[in-house]
Design a protein around this ligand. Sequence first.
Ligand SMILES: C=C(O[C@H]1C=CC=C(C(=O)O)[C@@H]1O)C(=O)O
Length: 410
Amino acid sequence: MSQPLPRIVPWPGPVPELPEQQRQLFAFALEQQLPVAAWRLPGTEHAQVCISRSADAALTGLPPALTPEAPAGFAFFPFRDSDHNPALFLPADIYWNAELPNQLHLDSTDNRASQLLAFVATEHAAVPQPLPWHQSAQPAPHTATPEEYHHLVETGVAAIRSGQVVKVVSSRAARRPLPAGFDVLRAFRDLCARYPRAFVSLVSAPGAGTWLGASPEVLAEIDEQGIFRTMALAGTQALAPGALPHHAIWRQKEIEEQALVARYIVSCFKQLRLREYEETGPRTVVAGQLLHLRTDFAVHLRQVPFPTLGTDMLRLLHPTSAVGGMPKQAALTFLQEHEGYDRAYYSGFLGPVNLPSSGVSRLFVNLRCLQLRSHEAVLYAGTGLTVDSDPEREWQETEMKLSTIGAILR
Ligand SMILES: C=C(O[C@H]1C=CC=C(C(=O)O)[C@@H]1O)C(=O)O
């Protein structure tokens, strides 16, 4: 049985400008200590917002089902599920899409929803500043020095040489002060404007804290035409000013690194005994100031009757070899033993499920992201290691990746 979105009701009272509508929705959710997410899909203009009626309702166990019958909401999953970093699925009890800004989807007989309607109708000037953003209860993670990161890369390369892993993706966190007067919702809009091709997100939830990101990587997507898509994204170089992406030259190291990720995706299709996938690439793509190599995979679900493909692939893919390594379990064990900090929601996945309509879901890998704490931001970045990795080059690569999201702190 399908679970449609709640009913449409008109925005109560005069409809303010889009940023003010967003601010009122977040102010309501945060004051009521509810989980809330805003996102903007790649190549689109309009933000969408989803609020759940309780924090408990957002706690989940299994990854979401990518089927039309599954509940509509926003998934926010950590790299590794744990009590510290719970897997969340924010049911879309209240949903708003800036494309149709005069409407709210909600069940007006529900208490929370009617509170929102009253808040929005009366609370124009009184939105508190700054907003009470959810904070993670976890301490700020350890931030590796260049020496520590060099050592991690050397240990990773040694593990590859010894055959313990084929590829591993090491990562680190970095702390940055928040600029005076930092406005989170303005930062979200700034990210949307800077990175039109990224999946831009802002999630604030009890237990998880507040996260902003601009991801270039689709994990699993089913679009309006019933096409399932995923991608193998790896290999990084800076986009030189004035250079054309398709003129980029890649070293053997990056070619191999990306080929491993593509091979992993093919092995997942094979596990599911699915042969009818289309593979395009690898080709060079732009992500902010960076270039990556990307292979796209597509399956036409209206021609290949495999209704659980999205769900099955999601469970096989996460965490992909673009953020963990290969073989998957050996790489994850290596990271647990050597990385020396908690990735939390960095390199987890996030995105809308059955929103804005049933059967349409878009999950992305949580990359180029930061966690907001009371007076600082924690930024995250990683690099895929191969036997040819050079520690200083890998450090520089994390610096470049950090500057994608770091741009909003300047
Ligand atoms: C792990 C990250 O990027 C992944 C995605 C693209 C390129 C990558 C690389 O070149 O290492 C990474 O696999 C990150 O941005 O933190």
